[in-house]
Design a binder for this molecule. Structure first.
Ligand SMILES: [Zn+2]
Length: 88
């Protein structure tokens, strides 16, 4: 199966949701729409939308290593424009 990726625009969400056997539900702390880390190397991802491969978010370096093209090049194929956050 070929490697594929999709683009995901993060929204505010819970870090996790846990459903327990007794029916209670625990939700993790809220993450902001701009709080995304690379699932491969744990670095901050400072652009949106974020590429997902098999459901895992990838940063610039990990994406390029896996797919051999930059996030911008991949996005351009799908008429998606990557927005980079201002450096602080
Ligand atoms: Zn990475």
């Amino acid at each position: 199966m070929p490697d594929t990726y999709t683009f995901w625009t993060p929204t505010e969400r819970s870090a996790f949701v846990a459903f327990w056997d007794d029916g209670t539900v625990d939700e993790g702390p809220m993450l902001g729409a701009d709080e995304v880390i690379c699932d491969a190397c744990d670095c901050d991802i400072c652009f949106t939308p974020v590429p997902l491969a098999d459901g895992y978010a990838l940063c610039d370096d990990c994406f390029k290593e896996r797919f051999g093209l930059t996030v911008e090049e991949a996005a351009a194929k799908e008429d998606i424009v990557i927005t980079r956050k201002e450096e602080e």
